[in-house]
Design a protein around this ligand. Structure first.
Ligand code: AMP
Ligand code: ZN
Length: 472
């Protein structure tokens, strides 16, 4: 079964067909590094990692480019407000460069702890100003820009299909009352957007570069167009982000990229739905600021959050609560316990042969290829782990195969140090206790624990399985 993905552009599931069979070009809008990522942001990056892992699992080579927005992202997506980094720098009395470095490092620390595969290329906006200037020059030559009040604007009326991704109704937008308090009076059309700022209306701007239009800094949207085309070419396969990027950021990226090249820019637009908190939309400025570090402080492993996200389809809103994270934690621990038990029994990765094992593999592939249906794919994993008609090698091999997509790190789980205890009776009892627990025979498991206690051993249940310690 081929991979099908929901393309926001067509609002339908489409069979994925890369431009080049050898390598898929994937661009994911990266973080704006003015603060820690909240777990909602991380949900979007996790869905993108899932997509990339699925492509790799299906045999594609993936060239993944992710930008770091370290300049130009204003507090409002439509050119309103202040530069997010400048604002944080002023608040903390640090330089913008220090802010960007600090939060870029924090972001990649979260990224690694959540088991996300590093992008092939990570690119900072501030390292690509010449590419942005070149692209603006190209747009200027094509008659798509105007200078007003010192800034260079993209004119949305210079192209026939502005807003096609978001299916914006331009007529009503044109006649709409301009009620935005921060409305930029330099614009000919309220949806025109800035490509290059020279006159910062937001006070002192410390990141500035020379340009044909004067010293200044780029708009946010031009960053992604310039960097993605620089690394992936003028046409590439997949562009991702959170759904909030559809109406402004991605709409503007498409407008300027396609105006510059005259070609369709990206073939598949794939967007992840939001993570909601108890109060609704998650934000960095209201309520408890939910970061990965906060989850860790409360006793969760980053992988518990990864497992939690896999439990919801990426195109459905997901409601976060500590209760549901605890449920995910327990479920993940059960998966890990079972994998360690299989390893302890000597399970090996082998080629799948039996009809039963192959049918599990086929079901998993069908679910994951159907627009990344992780809830169904997780149910397949549980089916495998609980099916006693499979050999231990088959269970282990299937689980590790599925984990190429889930990314829960199952292959690296270690059997705890009980092997250093060289007491066959105790080890045999521990094995029986694990079996009793898997069979949910709690009375038997308790009774074995007591027998071990009487022999002088303490049983501890860890995230990667039970361990045995000699009592002092
Ligand atoms: P930012 O660092 O603010 O540019 O955001 C990084 C990514 O997080 C973007 O792709 C946003 O679309 C996404 N995002 C923002 N809020 C949420 C949320 N509550 N749930 C899921 N993704 C989000
Ligand atoms: Zn972007």
């Amino acid at each position: 079964m081929p991979l099908s993905l929901y393309n926001t552009m067509s609002r339908s599931l489409e069979r994925f067909q890369p431009i080049n069979d050898e390598e898929v070009g994937l661009y994911t809008c990266g973080p704006t590094v003015y603060n820690y990522a909240h777990i909602g942001n991380l949900r979007t990056f996790l869905f993108e990692d899932l997509l990339k892992r699925t492509l790799i699992h299906l045999g594609y080579k993936v060239k993944h480019v992710m930008n770091i927005t370290d300049v130009g992202h204003l507090t409002g997506d439509g050119d309103e407000g202040e530069d997010k980094l400048e604002k944080m720098a002023q608040k903390t009395k640090k330089t913008v460069w220090d802010i960007a470095d600090f939060y870029t490092n924090a972001f990649f620390s979260d990224y690694g702890q959540l088991g996300m595969l590093a992008p092939t290329i990570t690119c900072k906006a501030t390292d690509h100003i010449p590419q942005m200037i070149d692209l603006i020059l190209r747009l200027e030559k094509g008659g798509h820009t105007y200078v007003s009040g010192g800034n260079v604007y993209f004119s949305i009326d210079s192209i026939p299909d502005y807003g096609k991704l978001a299916r914006l109704d331009l007529e009503s937008l044109r006649t709409a009352v301009r009620d935005d308090v921060d409305q930029d009076s330099n614009k000919k059309n309220s949806k025109d957007f800035v490509l290059w700022f020279t006159k910062s209306k937001f006070g002192e701007q410390s990141m500035m570069w020379d340009s044909p239009w004067g010293r200044g800094f780029p708009g946010w949207h031009i960053e992604c167009s310039a960097m993605s085309m620089h690394y992936l070419g003028e046409q590439f396969d997949i562009h991702c982000g959170g759904i909030d990027a559809i109406p402004v950021h991605h709409t503007n990226e498409i407008a300027q990229s396609e105006a510059a090249t005259g070609k369709t820019w990206v073939n598949y637009w794939v967007h992840g739905e939001f993570l909601l908190d108890e109060t609704g939309k998650m934000s960095k400025s209201k309520g408890e600021f939910l970061t990965l570090e906060l989850l860790k402080k409360k006793g969760y492993d980053p992988m518990d959050y990864r497992y939690f996200c896999l439990g919801g389809h990426y195109r459905s809103q997901l409601k976060f609560s500590f209760d549901s994270l605890t449920t995910a934690k327990t479920a993940r621990k059960n998966v890990c316990d079972r994998i360690v038990a299989l390893k302890r029994e000597g399970a090996q990765v082998k080629a799948l042969e039996s009809e039963k094992a192959l049918s599990y593999q086929a079901a998993f592939d069908e679910h994951i290829q159907n627009d990344l249906n992780t809830p169904r794919a997780l149910a397949d994993l549980w089916g495998v782990l609980k099916d006693d008609g499979l050999s231990i090698d088959e269970k282990y091999s299937l689980a590790l195969l599925f984990d190429e997509v889930f990314g829960l790190g199952l292959a690296t789980l270690q059997v705890p140090v009980i092997e250093t205890i060289d007491d066959p009776t105790a080890l045999d009892l521990l094995k029986k206790r694990t079996e009793a627990k898997l069979a949910k025979d709690w009375a038997e498991a308790d009774s074995i624990r007591q027998q071990l206690d009487a022999l002088g051993y303490l049983v501890k249940d860890t995230a990667s399985g039970p361990s045995l310690e000699k009592k002092m």
